[in-house]
Design a protein around this ligand. Structure first.
Ligand SMILES: Cc1cc2nc3c(=O)[nH]c(=O)nc-3n(C[C@H](O)[C@H](O)[C@H](O)COP(=O)(O)OP(=O)(O)OC[C@H]3O[C@@H](n4cnc5c(N)ncnc54)[C@H](O)[C@@H]3O)c2cc1C
Length: 442
């Protein structure tokens, strides 16, 4: 009889892993709290198209996406503009979230995945130390494996016993509180920088983006602390003064949401359980993109499950997923979590200094489809570049100290990540995860 797998939440990585597993004979059911028509936000996303091929799908037809526009970054003083110039072959794609879901869900259904929409998962069903299923309404639904794809506030992850070493919640400065909506676009001629990203806009620890699309202006306001409607309105007023194409009428989206911006979850697995996507904090911490990583992780998780000849789907056999994920994706995300911490430690004038003195330049801000590691982002730096950066740092002791701290954080995080236990031994794993999380304190 086929082994039964529950995917809690229709997260991208969960559906993708489910598709591969169903194709390989597993009995896979997704429980999603939303109705089918409400799955996915009413806005577009930017991601690496290789996410599709990673899970064995074809890249959707070109009519279903655009190529991402280059971004222009401004510091708080709005003095220097750093304009990306992404090579054509590195451009990510921009696709409607609902279209991504249409593609993923229809592929998964073709592979044999069953979907139960409008069914919220309330938490895990525990049998001793094993996650034996999920609670849906008043029912306990049992399975051989639960894949947790419920997102940042997953009730499955949060309901696990502490001694399994799986962190329940993202902490302060590890969540980005976001408001996003599309506004009518006022016709006022050619817009110079079509996709503006304003760092520490008006002195607030966070970003605002203003992207002029053909039919609307896309607004994202993000902070490291919760925001409310009043703050959104105030920010929109300021943005309108500087961006006359930003109209007043909200035409799409308009939601408060959260994005994990931190190191990946330290322990991804337990007996009968694996976390994926935002539930496992797999976003790129400095930009909050998580679609490609969650789909790439799906292939790794599915392989570990298929390879488990014992069919126990225990922490020990699923540890292959943990190791493969950190090897291929997670170990590159951990240093970027340190970079995010540096950003939260900087003052506005220090960030302006970094822009003005070329410590960060347009090349450093050019993030392409393959820029998933600090090395790739900073790679190709010339000797002249290095001299400019070092010169700038040496002339500002406060910034220099913070950058040195970043360096030591990265060394520590890299070393601890590399020292992850080779095998799943709960005592050793818990000891290790404590050290790992300790590397990312603000
Ligand atoms: C404003 C914004 C913009 C973003 N832009 C990008 C971008 O451009 N590119 C990019 O790569 N990423 C982007 N992201 C991040 C991206 O959304 C996630 O990283 C990515 O979707 C992976 O998360 P997920 O699918 O695992 O989780 P989610 O997207 O959170 O999906 C979780 C699913 O589980 C369901 N669910 C939740 N709780 C329950 C429950 N109790 N029971 C049943 N179902 C449940 C939810 O309804 C949802 O369908 C953005 C996020 C936000 C908020």
């Amino acid at each position: 009889m086929s082994k039964k797998i529950i995917i809690a939440g229709a997260g991208h990585g969960g559906i993708a892993a489910g598709a591969i597993l169903a194709k390989n004979g597993f009995d896979v059911t997704v429980y999603e709290k939303n109705k089918r028509k409400d799955v996915g936000y009413d806005w577009t996303d930017i991601f690496d198209r290789k996410a599709f091929t990673a899970i064995g799908m074809n890249v959707p037809d070109e009519s279903k996406f655009n190529l991402k526009q280059d971004m222009t970054f401004f510091g708080p003083g709005m003095g220097i503009a750093l304009r990306q110039d992404t090579p054509e072959d590195q451009l990510e794609i921009q696709m409607e979230r609902k279209t991504i879901y249409d593609c993923l869900i229809s592929y998964a259904e073709e592979c044999g995945v069953k979907f139960e929409f409008g069914k919220a998962v309330d938490g895990p069903v525990m049998l001793g130390n094993r996650i034996a299923g999920v609670k849906v309404g008043k029912k306990d639904i049992l399975a051989d494996l639960v894949i947790d794809a419920c997102g940042i506030n997953s009730p499955v992850r949060m309901g696990l016993p502490k001694h399994l070493g799986i962190q329940k919640e993202a902490q302060q400065f590890e969540r980005f509180y976001v408001w996003r909506g599309f506004y009518e676009k006022i016709d006022c001629g050619e817009v110079e920088d079509k996709f503006k990203v304003l760092l520490f806009h008006k002195g607030k620890l966070g970003i605002s983006w203003v992207a002029a699309e053909e039919e609307y202006t896309d607004i994202l306001i993000g902070r490291f602390a919760p925001i409310d409607e009043e703050e959104v309105e105030k920010t929109l007023e300021c943005l309108r003064e500087e961006n006359p194409h930003l109209g007043k009428k909200l035409v799409r989206g308009g939601e408060f949401v959260q994005i994990p911006v931190r190191q990946p979850l330290g322990v991804l697995v337990a007996d009968g359980y694996a976390a994926i996507g935002d539930s496992a904090f797999m976003t790129v911490p400095i930009i909050g993109s998580g679609i490609a990583n969650s789909m790439k992780a799906a292939a790794l998780l599915a392989n570990a499950v298929i390879d488990d000849k014992t069919q126990s789907y225990s922490g020990a056999t699923l540890w292959k997923y943990q190791k493969d994920f950190y090897d291929k994706i997670g170990s590159a995300l951990a240093p970027l979590a340190c970079v995010k911490l540096l950003l939260t430690r900087l003052e506005c004038d220090e960030l302006d200094y970094i822009f003005e003195k070329g410590i960060l330049n347009a090349d450093d801000m050019t993030i392409g489809a393959d820029s998933t590691s600090l090395g790739a982002m900073l790679g190709g730096m010339s000797l002249d570049d290095i001299k400019i950066k070092v010169g700038g740092l040496l002339n500002n002791t406060d910034v220099l100290k913070k950058v040195i701290k970043l360096g030591t954080d990265i060394v520590a995080a890299t070393a601890v990540t590399a020292a992850m236990p080779k095998e799943y031994n709960l005592r050793k794993v818990c000891k290790w995860v404590e050290k790992y999380n300790g590397c990312f304190k603000r």
